[in-house]
Design a protein around this ligand. Sequence first.
Ligand SMILES: Nc1ncnc2c1ncn2[C@@H]1O[C@H](COP(=O)(O)OP(=O)(O)OP(=O)(O)O)[C@@H](O)[C@H]1O
Length: 369
Amino acid sequence: MNDDEIKSKDEISELPEESKILETQSEILMDNHQRIVNIRCVNVYKIFRQANLEVIALKGVNLDIYAGEIVVIMGPSGSGKTTLLNVISGMDRTSAGNIFIRGYDITRMNDQGVQKILQNEIGIVFQFFNLIPSLTAEGNIELPMTIAGKDSKFKKARVKQLIQDIDLKDRAHHRPFTLSGGEKQKIAIAMAFANNPTVILADEPSGNIDSISSENVMNIFKEFIRKNPNKSVVIVTHNPNLRKIADRTLIIKDGQIIRELGKLQPNRTGLNGKDDEGLQELDKIIQYKKDKDQVENILDPQIRYVEYKNLKNCPNCKSLNIIKKFDQDQGNFKLKNGQLITRASIFCQDCFQLSFKSVSLFDVQKNLI
Ligand SMILES: Nc1ncnc2c1ncn2[C@@H]1O[C@H](COP(=O)(O)OP(=O)(O)OP(=O)(O)O)[C@@H](O)[C@H]1O
């Protein structure tokens, strides 16, 4: 069944006053190539403030997600992926910038308007499934429709269709604790589809399931877009396998989209193949962050001096009377030819010269005592 057959005109007229005004103001968004834009972020900022601490989680994100697309968002831990999904869904408010969902600017809506958009236009797949333990698979799938006020005849037909779509007929009456991770994830996806949203947002949908279930999840998303070419799926993940179904992959780092990768070519050797330049670059970024964290852990600011075996003498006067340490200033880690380069400083207690030497992370790890 094509999901568009389900959404009635009445549902649109149910939208609150404020969003109705916006609907008449904003036509369907199109880009320069006449593609329909289901999600548009314009210079989006999100700043978290806690006491004196300020974290800029999103720093001016601009993006368009088109109808018929599956877009994967990847990036190192803490780069802003979940924050981006949260502001797109309206679950969290932006600090600045605009977000349009199917033409509605949700940043200009009151909470009631955003809530309606969230109910009608957006389906969210959570990493930890978020199922109600006391309800059966069917009961969980029905829940978003009950919240949206759908009548029982509609709900019954829709649940039946969704259970069939996710191939879980024999588990329909089971409660979540009797289901596998993969089955729970399928139900979570059916819940996201329930109200026939324009946009599906999934946060690490393969995070807590095995690889076969992960393939199933990919197939469900692919099938959803094939049947509904006017809809979009956005997936945040660390799992490069999900790129297999992505039309585009956006790389986010430090709250900014820094790169866009296209569709994986079927003739390429594989996800980690030498020829997948973009993914290699992503690996480097993720590895860089991991290595940087690791170095920062080793270089505990409380421990000011670390011994570096390779440096025996002062480069200036060759004295052995030297103090060696790694420079821990922020920004002193660089990625060069795939190696994380940091800086060792050598202070000579005879000639009082301070010298520096670039060392790779490999050397740091090997030579630290
Ligand atoms: N509620 C919050 N209060 C304060 N800081 C937050 C909050 N939520 C996120 N952050 C910070 O914002 C930044 C981005 O976090 P976010 O969870 O979006 O990253 P992520 O890319 O999804 O990470 P991961 O891959 O580990 O899930 C991080 O520095 C995080 O600590």
